[in-house]
Design a protein around this ligand. Sequence first.
Ligand SMILES: *Cc1c(COP(=O)(O)O)cnc(C)c1O
Length: 538
Amino acid sequence: MVQSLDRSQGRSGAPVGAASDAAATVTGNRALQIEEKLIFEQGQPGRTGVDLPEPPKVKDRLNGLRRIGEIGLPGLSEPQVVQHYTRLSQKNYAIDMGVYPLGSCTMKHNPRINEKVARLPGIGDLHPLQPVSTVQGALELIDQLAHWLKTLTGMPAVAMSPAAGAHGEMCGMMAIAAALEARGERKQRTVVLAPESAHGTNPATAAALGFTVKPIPANDRGRVDLAALTAALGPDVAAIMLTNPNTCGLFESEIIEISKAVHAAGAFFYCDGANFNAIVGRVRPGDLGVDCMHINLHKTFSTPHGGGGPGAGPVVLSQALAPFAPYPWIVKDGSGWRIAEEGSATPNSARIGGTPLGRLKAFHGQMGMFTRALAYIMSHGADGLRQVAEDAVLSANYVKARLQDVMTPAFDGPCMHEALFDDGFLKDTGVSTLDFAKAMIDEGYHPMTMYFPLVVHGALLIEPTESQAKEDLDLFIAALRSLAERAKSGTEAEAFKAAPRLAPRRRLDETLAARKPVLRWRPSNNPPGGDPLKQAAE
Ligand SMILES: *Cc1c(COP(=O)(O)O)cnc(C)c1O
């Protein structure tokens, strides 16, 4: 999609790469930056990498609907296919290439031992429909991970099946809705409170489940304004959705007061646990009065995410919400491990009268991610996990301390796992947060998170994680210091607006790409709107 947009941008005169460099080569390539055509543009009809036997003659049973035109797939030899996809793979910036400071995303190293374990034949070759007697070890693995997650969070129950953070939010909020229903309060409690700095998925989840979202302002310390929160609490409030540490990278120091106030008002406390990396092994959310929290295994517990793989978002639940956990869950009885499905009662559902909220997804959750997360947890051990949090917080504070004289920290004092700056240091320079981020690409870095959280003007959110060596952070810091100083010189606005200069593509029309994505390639003799299938039939 973006590729074809890029190309049309190149054709329409916008610079492709550094214009003069590109003109200097016959191929349009710049050293090892290969100017890669779409696979459809490379293909030749009739070329193939395999020899297939002539198909047997069959009688047409398609009532005249048999395709008569070309199928329109690109024809390539095997080396062409391999080279195309290898070149494409090299266009990615990846966690395995360098500092990936994308705040709120916890882009940390995925240890290779995780991959090795996940690929063991007994694990990698499992099928979710195998007889339970043949997957005893896998069920035990899920149960062990569940045990770690409950222990690390200080919570009595966990729902393992949610497929990602946002899916976990939905699971937790559905459990809250079910608990309110059981109390006969679902109709009355329609409001969900969300701090203004909340991740977009929080209000989206609440709204998707039919709640009305009410924003709670932050105070000048970047934390939830307790007075505003208390004023908003009432018999119409179902829950608060709060992230701790919050997306300003700050620990909510009044968290105990917040949770007490929320519970006194008869509401639930949903904690967005995506930032667990900052506190794992140091703070147990259960001790803070949390009723449910999703854990992004793909953030804290180092399973690949983004382009690298699916996520997993188990949700830990308090005693009050446990009876409403979705199916399935893993139980052990005299005959071994088993999967409790529809109809099984939770241990305390009779007492509370809860009904599990059904299934959230097919099968039992993301088995590959469970395996990676458990490998990560067990290879670190409890003390290692604690050190993860300490080092992540140390790295972020190091970055913050080394940049605070040239950039503007959004809030005073130490941060947790991410350092948040606003665009104050760019004031009157003609350089915006976006320009600054684009200039980082020329320096070989994936930009930090920009313009989020929304409570900070022109936000730049840097999460270095614990997995970068000090020398690598030092180089990153030196690059940012140099960019900040250049921006502040007041004479380089033009240069920043032109960045990135060295990337294969420069400024893309991101709005157009989002609003009018070009998802389908068409040969030039097949005008837009023409349907090749239909044409073939005609
Ligand atoms: C990443 C993130 C989410 C959403 O998690 P997904 O796995 O991407 O759905 C929610 N809240 C916060 C604070 C996050 O950083």
